[in-house]
Write a protein that binds this ligand. Structure first.
Ligand SMILES: [Fe+2]
Length: 387
């Protein structure tokens, strides 16, 4: 448990600094400086929490580095300190309260503020944990609101906002086609943004650096449509959560009414009027040599009760369709050109998406499906300039 204490009484901080300046100016010893500091407190009728000469010195060092702490902690400072503490290890509300010198109610408010801006904090009555581990979510999403005689939906993946190879115009065109075709929703299978530290040199191919810039870019520039998009997080989206606990997809979807967060790495959708379900999975690992291989491995290793009639696999940046073991399996292309990383590996991505229509028969199964593969030219060089 962290023991470090943050002093938040502004008078105590001011007196600590004043005593330090006096010590320096008058050429006094540090012990004399500390005693002078205590005498300032006594002059105010206060007994300060700084109990030793050593902790007074430590406090001076902190205040010289972060002079804003002389004044009482702002909410944003408090949130930042709590976030930093949680990143190191789980904390009880009691210990957080002691460390930051605030009531448990204030600590809980700070934790709720952090959650509201997308930090993955698990919070119960007594403790808080920052979740930075990549685990597929087991969310089940009801598609009833989107179902008519049949369900027609777009299926896309890997838009990689932030990457100079992002192909935004093609994504905009894809949405226009979905609108013309009267698709009822779009499923996004992950890698909404390009993220951070995915491979050596990735940062040199970004036009937007950091979670704020990439999130703002999606909020402002992701195609605005009357068709809602359900967004799954991929491994690139997860990169910020891994380093800071921040779930950027959740945060982005909180700012756009037409985007809805449906979990990280995997989600299950159920269709109305039957027990028919669809799986959406984000597979990491880049463009495969044998394009159906990744999907086949997923199916082969899937427990029978997890198999669904429709499987969408994102993250591979190529297209493929396979009817295999009673499943319609769609491998989903991307909206990102050939990055230097892919070029060095001799891999070539495909740009575009699927529009799929499935019909439920009286027996509650799919016997008919129509699908269309929309393709665009793959960009070879950068599309976006660094900003
Ligand atoms: Fe991707």
């Amino acid at each position: 448990m962290a023991k470090k204490r943050f002093w938040t009484d502004p008078k105590e901080s001011q007196d600590a600094l004043a005593a330090w300046e006096w010590t320096e100016k008058e050429g006094k010893t540090r012990e004399e400086g500390y005693n002078y500091f205590l005498s300032l407190g006594k002059g105010r009728g206060q007994s300060y929490a700084t109990r030793s000469h050593g902790s007074w010195r430590g406090r001076i060092s902190t205040l010289l580095r972060r002079p804003e702490l002389v004044n009482d902690l702002e909410e944003s400072d408090l949130d930042e300190i709590i976030r930093g503490l949680l990143l190191k290890e789980p904390q009880t509300l009691e210990s957080l309260s002691t460390i930051v010198d605030r009531s448990k109610v204030s600590v809980r408010s700070a934790l709720e503020r952090l959650k509201a801006v997308g930090f993955e904090i698990r919070l119960d009555e007594e403790a808080a944990v920052m979740d930075t581990s990549l685990r597929p979510t087991e969310w089940r999403i009801d598609l009833t609101p989107y179902y008519g005689e049949s369900l027609k939906f777009g299926l896309i993946s890997c838009t990689h906002f932030g990457s100079q190879w992002r192909q935004l115009k093609e994504l905009q065109t894809f949405y226009k086609i979905c609108e013309r075709e009267k698709a009822r929703l779009v499923l996004h299978a992950g890698d909404l943004i390009d993220g951070v530290n995915m491979y050596t040199g990735q940062r040199f191919g970004l036009y937007a650096h950091g979670s704020d810039a990439q999130a703002d870019d999606v909020v402002q520039n992701y195609p605005k449509s009357n068709i809602p998009t359900l967004v799954l997080g991929g491994n690139h989206d997860f990169s910020f959560q891994k380093s800071s606990g921040e779930n950027v997809v959740r945060r982005i979807c909180g700012k756009r009414d037409d985007l809805e967060y449906v979990g990280m790495q995997s989600a299950t959708f159920f269709l109305p009027g039957s027990d028919l379900e669809a799986n959406l999975i984000h597979k990491r690992g880049g463009v495969p040599y044998a394009r159906s291989y990744a999907a086949q491995v997923i199916v082969r290793n899937m427990p029978p009760d997890k198999m669904k009639p429709i499987l969408g696999v994102g993250g591979l940046h190529v297209n493929d369709y396979l009817y295999y073991q009673d499943q319609d399996i769609f491998t989903i292309p991307c909206f990102q050109g050939q990055t230097p990383y892919l070029k060095a590996k001799g891999l070539f991505p495909e740009v575009g998406g699927w529009i799929i229509e499935v019909f439920l028969a009286d027996d509650g199964k799919i016997h008919r499906r129509r699908f269309e593969l929309i393709t665009f030219e793959t960009a070879i060089g950068p599309v976006e300039k660094e900003i």
